[in-house]
Design a protein around this ligand. Sequence first.
Ligand SMILES: N[C@@H](CCC[C@H](N)C(=O)O)C(=O)O
Length: 286
Amino acid sequence: MKIPFTKMHGLGNSYIYIDGFQVELEEDRLPELAKAVSSVYTGIGSDGLILVLPSDVADVRMRIFNKDGSEAMNCGNGLRCVAKLAYDRGYVDQTEFTVEAKSGVVNAAVEVNHDTVHNVTIDMGQPILERGQIPMVTLTGDEQDHVIQEPFLVGEENLYATAVSMGNPHVVFYVDDIADAPIDTVGPSVTNDQRFPEGVNVEFVEVLNDQEINFRVWERGSGITQACGTGACAAVVSSVLNKRVKRGEEVMVHLDGGDLIITWKDNGHVLMKGPAVTIATGEFYL
Ligand SMILES: N[C@@H](CCC[C@H](N)C(=O)O)C(=O)O
């Protein structure tokens, strides 16, 4: 079977995009396809697979599968690329439109330059802070409490966890120097930790000042990636909760693959602004 694809990235967080307006795929083959296209050795090489689909409730719909074939509820870098693809291919005719993800419908605004989209702003909606909805297990029975700098033992490391859901689960740990973040050890161990029954995306943050943070991520289902849009949003929400940056102000998040501008607005919504880039198109043989 030949499947037309587009490879796109948001700050180096790359996915293989399949245009579901043109191609129909069998549901039960999607996890296998995600694993196959993601392999650098036997596939195209990516952090996973994203389907761009017609929607019944929004202008366009995104489904995202991690590298290991698991389906995720949300993907920030993916939303920006889906918005670009939908606009560039004429599936939407306005520069502001809606995108459906498993976690809900968001508003997208594309910036058009010479007929193509470079930057996209997504209103990511409100973060979820209640422990039971992250979800993260409770020892006290309180599902409604917020997890802010909670002692969190990993092996012999005494860490402090702040947990935020952006439709998908994130845990943030603060470090003094991002270069020393124990991402290779703590990342794989915490992503499958029993305290997070659905797994978790693991982020390390170094606060530079009240407008800038450094960020690295171990993504659930994909491992270390160059960037994570929902993770960057979670990191800024966490940093507001920890009084390290200000609510209502733009925060520049420096990720391995480049910068995102994130604002946790006074109305409760998180705005994410950053680039979306097309790398290549081709056909994949499954
Ligand atoms: N790279 C993404 C997040 C992708 C899904 C995540 N690994 C999960 O399992 O929740 C982003 O840019 O947000």
